[in-house]
Ligand binder design. Sequence first.
Ligand SMILES: [Zn+2]
Ligand SMILES: [Zn+2]
Length: 231
Amino acid sequence: MRLPLPSVLGEPLQAAFRLLLPLRCLVCSERGHDTLDLCPACLAELPWAGRACLRCALPLPDEALPICGTCRDEPPAQTATHASLLYLPPVDQLLVRYKFHQDLAAGRLLAQLMLRNPPPWSCAPLVPVPLHRKRLRQRGYDQAAELCRLLQLPTWRGLYRRRHTAPQSERSAEQRRDNLFDAFDVRGTVPARLTIVDDVMTTGSTVLEIAETLRLVGAGEVRAWVCARVP
Ligand SMILES: [Zn+2]
Ligand SMILES: [Zn+2]
């Protein structure tokens, strides 16, 4: 794993330093290629998301309808969800390194990969899935907000968490929704159209809860763009 550049340098200086460093594959340590910290062999093996439900990004077989059965029966509040990648090796390890080990080089690579497979619709402004202040203090940085910054697209920062929620892992879809009920609120005027950004989408309960919140306070159209979808 490459040592992080000192954050005291500030982003412009860090970018200048990066130009001086050789690109290095974050998966196998071979030479990186084409502005990516990823070698051509690892790039060719990446689990890009293929055909998927237009509403929730659940992977679907080629011959299936464009909307999954769950979204047909009960359409979610978001009108579309796009996943750039699937949560499979090596993307899962890169996301864990980024999220839990402050590996910002992995975050930068994941944002670059998201931009190589962007949604087919115009997505600005983005709205990152917010962390609660308590979680932010524990972790030191906010992974979805940082992804938005790395994507360099206009971002709306009016969404926040009203309360601290228990971690979502190890919970069923229904428990996840109960856990998140009323967890989010907004400050200021909500843009008419927004795209929620998150690193990983598992059952979709976080995106759904946020989309419902944003619709309730006046957003006309809410979509979602996630780095990786759990298949
Ligand atoms: Zn490699
Ligand atoms: Zn669906």
